[in-house]
Ligand binder design. Structure first.
Ligand SMILES: NC(=O)c1ccc[n+]([C@@H]2O[C@H](COP(=O)([O-])OP(=O)(O)OC[C@H]3O[C@@H](n4cnc5c(N)ncnc54)[C@H](OP(=O)(O)O)[C@@H]3O)[C@@H](O)[C@H]2O)c1
Length: 335
């Protein structure tokens, strides 16, 4: 570990920004030095509540803060690309909440800009750094499951607009697919090693014009992923990856710190469980710090190519269900 802790600047003062700062107490190599909000009052209230010393009333002030090494973008999806570019232009490393951007073109733009600037860039797909997903990656890497034939994954929470207005707002990149579906789609991309060959999807839309619920079949040659996401019901939130030589099952809630059960060819089972303190968000911060200390510009646990493949798959699903965001040029296809 480096002699000086990695100094984080947080953009946004909402739910995940608060949880992230609280969890960083479990990451001794990191310290949160700054927060930025669209209002000085909100930044100050956040700083007072969570012990963050430098509170900025604009994002640009945080980009200019020389006490910040890495910017954590914890704002709504429609703002991720512009804020990511702002951080990169200021020479900061960047961690951007999921979904990384609104579409794949924005994702590629960020990846190119970060490479050109020589700064570290990663999507905050926190689950991908948790021990059970690490074990799954290992099992996939060694071929222990054989040829993967079926991935099933679900992410659903009952969040009416009174509780989560952001999710119902098209101009912020709302809807079940981008916010929740990014997890099941990421699992399919991880298990099959990339984008699907064919996408079938159907959605139920809200009156505000985003998807309340989306059901997806991704084809990978003769294999499939069957995925669901909803903001209208508390669902099973389970996942499974089944291959010709074995099966991995992850009980609810599969994308949080969890156990994993492997069933092998002859029916033998292995239970993998590694408790993680707090919510578990500090593990992604530790991975970002490790990469930066080693001079890496991206993480092997969540490489930018995987993020782009996920965004391309989400683009394809959005084409299938007819979901467009107001900022998107209607002349440009989303797939
Ligand atoms: N990893 C996870 O488990 C997890 C969980 C929840 C959310 N997320 C992701 O984190 C991101 C934020 O979600 P959240 O639930 O924390 O949202 P949230 O509670 O609504 O907070 C978002 C914050 O962003 C700022 N903001 C709101 N509208 C903005 C705008 N138009 N432009 C710039 N900033 C704006 C606000 O801070 P100010 O008013 O102070 O500017 C707000 O507090 C999303 O991408 C979401 O998918 C991840």
């Amino acid at each position: 570990m480096s002699a000086r802790p990695l100094r984080w600047g947080v953009l946004g003062t909402g739910t995940i920004a608060s949880l992230f700062v609280e969890d960083l107490r479990h990451e001794p190599g990191s310290v949160v030095t700054a927060v930025a909000s669209r209002s000085q009052e909100s930044a100050r209230a956040f700083g007072d509540r969570l012990g963050v010393p430098r509170c900025h009333g604009s994002h640009d002030d945080l980009f200019a803060d020389d006490q910040v090494d890495i910017v954590y973008v914890a704002t709504p999806p429609a703002t991720h690309a512009a804020l990511g570019h702002g951080a990169i232009a200021a020479g900061k490393h960047v961690l951007i909440e999921k979904p990384f951007t609104l579409d794949a073109a924005q994702a590629v733009g960020l990846v190119d800009a970060a490479r050109a600037a020589g700064v570290f860039l990663m999507e905050a797909m926190w689950s991908w750094h948790l021990p059970h997903i690490g074990r799954l990656r290992e099992l996939l890497g060694t071929g222990a499951l054989g040829d993967v034939r079926l991935v099933t994954a679900d992410h659903g929470l009952n969040l009416p607009s009174a509780l989560a207005a952001r999710l119902y707002e098209p101009s912020l990149g709302g809807g079940a697919l981008l916010d929740f579906g990014v997890y099941p789609v990421s699992l399919a991309v991880l298990a099959f090693g990339g984008k699907p060959t064919r996408i079938t999807a159907q959605a139920v839309m809200t009156s505000t014009g985003v998807d309340r619920q989306t059901s997806v079949v991704l084809e990978y040659g003769d294999a499939q992923a069957v995925l669901t996401a909803t903001i209208g019901a508390d669902t099973s939130n389970r996942a499974a990856v089944s291959g010709t030589r074995g099966r991995v099952e992850i009980p609810a809630v599969w994308y949080r710190p969890n156990r994993l059960e492997l069933t092998g060819e002859t029916g033998e089972t292995e239970l993998f469980e590694r408790p993680v303190p707090g919510v578990g968000l500090h593990v992604e911060a530790a991975e970002a710090r490790r990469c930066i200390e080693e001079g890496l510009l991206e993480s092997t646990q969540r490489p930018t190519a995987e993020t782009v493949a996920v965004m391309e798959t989400l683009d394809g699903i959005r084409t299938a269900i007819g979901l467009r965001f107001p900022s998107e040029n209607p002349d440009r296809g989303v797939s």
